[in-house]
Design a protein around this ligand. Structure first.
Ligand SMILES: [Zn+2]
Length: 384
């Protein structure tokens, strides 16, 4: 569900005209258990949501939303939301602020397209004052968007180049599986082999998982941020019903939804979070991520350059490539704004030759060498 929201909202960025608020579909209502903010919009817009402390308030930022249609008292009902205002934040952006009379944290936030346009729902529930204070603050990666001042750096800058390798799936979510060859397992092997190939190069390698356990997508990005990643590489190998698809490809983040094949691939690789019941956990992180296309303007081109270099290295080393080795898709793990990221589709487990190649260390050797080579080249460029 949450991923759907992300896809919709991201897909909308860049193509908004005047989007209006419909008073008849908009309300802030305090229920017995939760406080709900509902906004009926004429179309999807990029947005983000967070809370601030002292005084406690809920903040929603929108791109391209026109508030001329509505007055605060048309939507604010009496309750723990005690005040409401909205207005321009900077050109193209507006902000809505809801004053909170109690420590209420966001437990759910999502925007969905509807017949009338789009509906945004934000649900807040009571937490302790300490918990509210701990959660409050603008999204950390909003700095590049220029919306928030005094955003602290997440990780201290240093000279060590850090690459975070992200073996797809794991634990309850095995990923693709053909003839006993399991995506989660061989992607972990692949990550460990790449890490070994980078030993003693001065490059720091971190893995988002180093055992067969389940790691939610948002946690993979959190790991990368905490490590101070300079580069993020997610590792997957898909399987299709037919065995026609073959060879490796490298994905970067698509600005739109990507083609149909890419969208189906995203679904297959990201099903794990749904299977494992990760629906609300990490919601705020993802909603925060949604708006950051502007910040991505910096890391996006770097990721694309890395992707083409990587494909060249694969070609040079005889890795069997897909007919279209450079591709784009809307993967959650490619959505971080603070480091370039690519997703390697190492091959297709549904294809007998790919499967045989990927299931042995010898078969994976050229791919490991290509990935390690491309990482070293980028790290060398990055060096002062
Ligand atoms: Zn996968």
């Amino acid at each position: 569900m949450i991923r759907l929201v992300l896809a919709f909202v991201l897909a909308a960025s860049g193509v908004w005209a005047e989007v209006r608020v419909d008073p008849a579909r908009s309300v802030i209502r305090d229920g017995w258990w939760s406080l709900r903010v509902e906004l009926g919009l004429s179309d999807i817009v990029p947005y983000r949501v967070f809370t601030l402390d002292q005084p406690r308030r809920l903040v929603l930022d929108f791109e391209g939303l026109d508030w001329a249609n509505i007055a605060p008292d048309q939507m604010l009902e009496p309750g723990r939301a005690t005040g409401l205002r909205f207005g321009a934040l900077r050109p193209g952006w507006s902000r809505m602020v809801v004053d909170l009379d109690a420590p209420l944290a966001v437990t759910q936030a999502g925007m969905f397209s509807s017949d009338a346009g789009a509906d945004l729902t934000v649900v807040l529930e009571r937490v302790s004052a300490a918990e509210f204070a701990a959660k409050a603050g603008p999204p950390p990666d909003a700095g590049g968007a220029g919306l928030v001042s005094q955003v602290p750096d997440i990780a201290p800058a240093d000279d060590t180049f850090v690459v975070v390798l992200d073996p797809g799936h794991g634990g309850i979510d095995p990923g693709a599986n053909r003839d006993g060859v399991q995506e989660a397992e061989i992607m972990l092997d692949l990550a460990q082999e790449i890490a070994a190939a980078l030993a003693q190069t001065g490059i720091r390698v971190e893995l988002t998982r180093d055992t067969d356990n389940f790691v939610p997508l948002s946690a993979r990005l959190t790991t990368a941020r905490a490590a101070g990643a300079d580069l993020f590489i997610s590792l997957h190998a898909d399987a299709l019903d037919k065995d026609l698809a073959q060879g490796a490809s490298v994905y970067t983040l698509a600005r739109d939804g990507g083609d149909r094949a890419a969208r189906r691939l995203v679904e297959r690789h990201e099903r794990g979070d749904l299977l494992a019941g990760v629906d609300l956990e990490g919601t705020e992180d993802r909603v925060a991520n949604v708006l950051l296309d502007m910040a991505r303007a910096k890391t996006g081109p770097a990721g694309q350059r890395f992707a083409s270099d990587l494909v060249q290295q694969m070609r040079d080393r005889g890795v069997r490539l897909n007919a279209r080795p450079l591709r784009q898709g809307r993967f959650v793990v490619l959505g971080a704004a603070d480091f370039p990221a690519v997703l390697i589709e190492a091959g297709f487990l549904s294809n007998a030759q790919d499967r045989a190649t990927l299931s042995t260390p010898q078969g994976r050797g050229p791919l490991v060498a290509a990935v390690a080579g491309a990482i070293r080249a980028l790290a060398a460029q990055d060096a002062p």
